[in-house]
Write a protein that binds this ligand. Structure first.
Ligand SMILES: NC(=O)c1ccc[n+]([C@@H]2O[C@H](COP(=O)([O-])OP(=O)(O)OC[C@H]3O[C@@H](n4cnc5c(N)ncnc54)[C@H](OP(=O)(O)O)[C@@H]3O)[C@@H](O)[C@H]2O)c1
Length: 449
């Protein structure tokens, strides 16, 4: 592993093929895992008290055999997504169930069904080896990976690969994820690493950037157009920090909801002007666990109209779920769209359907992104049109703390993890330094806040 890492750090990517030929792929590697025999460790605790620092371990695990159409990647950096929080607290279900089900699919998939789950759905790094039938990528290619794993043996996925019945999120519903020194991916997850970014910057957009692209921009969900007012919950968070950039980039007006003055400042730094601090306004959309308060939806709607000069919301970028969904449906304009990709605060949503049908509003579901959408989203990063929102990077050993920060909403934007990269700041291609310098301020907007 040392020789592989040294070659990468020296920028001698082409040497990797020779190292692997002469010494083989390392037989094992360090990865962040949850263990099957610990699935019940948090039983009886409230969600907020389940601590990822106790369930996420850095273990030495065997390198999986490389199958057809796959690639093994030496991972320089990765990032924490909320799905790693879900895995680490075993909610809403243990992810070992996903691995068992996948393992029953065929002999190759059986490799994923292990008593440990190497997690993580982002990476930046260098391809170590590719399996039979891979012609687009080779050892030494400098890459990032999106997290859509598909089999495409059924017809349903051939219009939009997100519709594949065997669609899975890599590192969440499959094993051998990116929070590790080596990761196993399908070759059609690979994309070129944006050359102007460091390893940790390049690793952080993948999952959330692609998700925000589909949910807002793609015809498969939001299909945002110029001039749209877009309400963005958690506008400085993982998803929201990309959604805000997409709205500004596409000629819309973001109405950003955040929970502190610091987060409001970050949104201003991205270029947003209309910002609501939900803590300062003290919205209480629920009177008690079972009863919503439409007066609070109205107060929220009034605030939005104050900011927009009387206009309502064309698209809501929804993900908090139960807590906010009733308000989201209420404030959407007649004919507008509520796009939803998650339910962080609870998945049993409640809203007043009269506001939906009488006003011809639509609720549109969105989930991750297909390869094309991920590629477009990554291309915008490479062109400096959308920027990473990394606030902090932890070493691999402290991934539990990184996931704890995200679980407790203590973070801003994205939290990175250094895997083989020994320190931050490495990996920018020499020929991209000048391009980087032009975007340095935007790239660092979220740092150390
Ligand atoms: N379907 C998919 O493909 C997909 C992809 C990515 C993520 N997700 C899901 O989307 C959710 C968000 O992910 P993320 O990466 O953006 O997480 P994140 O970095 O934690 O950001 C979410 C933000 O939402 C806001 N928020 C949280 N709870 C809220 C509540 N009860 N009411 C209002 N706002 C609330 C918070 O911002 P403020 O405190 O500033 O308001 C928080 O920073 C997670 O559940 C994740 O699993 C789904």
């Amino acid at each position: 592993m040392h020789e592989i890492r040294d070659a990468i750090l020296a920028g001698e990517y082409a040497a990797l093929a020779g190292i692997v030929r002469s010494q083989g792929i390392p037989e094992s590697y360090r990865g962040v895992v949850v263990r099957k025999d610990e699935v019940g460790m948090f039983e009886g605790l409230a969600t907020r008290d389940k601590d990822p620092r106790k369930s996420l371990h850095v273990d030495e695990v065997p390198t999986p055999e490389l199958g057809p159409g796959e690639a093994l990647v030496a991972v320089m950096a990765s990032s924490v997504n909320f799905n790693t929080v879900w895995t680490s607290i075993f909610e809403p279900v243990s992810t070992f169930g996903f691995l068992e089900r996948y393992g029953r699919l065929n002999d190759l998939a059986k490799r994923h069904d292990q008593p440990y789950h190497v997690v993580g759905s982002d990476l930046s790094g260098v391809v170590l080896a590719v399996g039979a039938g891979v012609s687009k990528w080779k050892a030494g290619d400098v890459v990032v990976a999106h997290c859509l794993s598909v089999e495409l043996e059924d017809p349903q996925g051939h219009d939009d690969t997100m519709m594949d019945p065997q669609q899975r999120i890599w590192g969440f519903e499959t094993n051998f994820g990116g929070l590790a020194e080596i990761a196993l991916v399908k070759a059609n997850q690979l994309m070129p690493k944006p050359a102007h970014l460091t390893w940790e910057e390049a690793a952080c957009p993948g999952l959330v950037n692609s998700t925000a692209y589909r949910q807002l921009v793609s015809k498969n969900a939001g299909a945002m157009k110029q001039g749209d007012n877009v309400l963005i919950w958690g506008a400085s968070g993982g998803l929201g920090s990309y959604a805000t950039q997409y709205v500004l980039n596409g000629g819309g007006t973001p109405v950003c909801v955040v929970s502190s003055p610091e987060k409001a400042d970050i949104c201003r730094r991205m270029g947003a002007e209309l910002i609501i601090d939900r803590n300062a306004e003290d919205y209480r959309f629920w009177k008690d666990e079972n009863t919503q308060d439409p007066k609070e939806w109205q107060r929220f709607g009034k605030k939005i109209r104050e900011l927009t000069g009387g206009e309502d919301i064309d698209i809501v970028f929804e993900h908090p779920g139960r807590e906010t969904f009733g308000a989201s449906v209420y404030v959407t304009r007649k004919g507008g769209v509520i796009t939803t990709c998650a339910s962080t605060s609870g998945y049993m949503h409640q809203y007043d359907n009269r506001y939906l049908w009488m006003n011809l509003k639509r609720i549109v579901s969105s989930h991750f992104a297909n390869y094309r959408e991920s590629w477009e989203a990554n291309r915008l990063i490479a062109k400096g049109r959308i920027h990473p929102t990394l606030s902090k990077a932890y070493p691999l050993e402290e991934t539990g703390q990184a996931a704890y920060d995200v679980h407790k909403n203590l973070h801003q934007g994205k939290v990175g993890v250094l895997c083989l990269a020994p320190q931050e700041g490495l990996g920018v291609a020499p020929e991209a330094q000048e391009f980087r310098a032009r975007h340095e301020d935007a790239i660092n907007r979220f740092r150390d806040i």
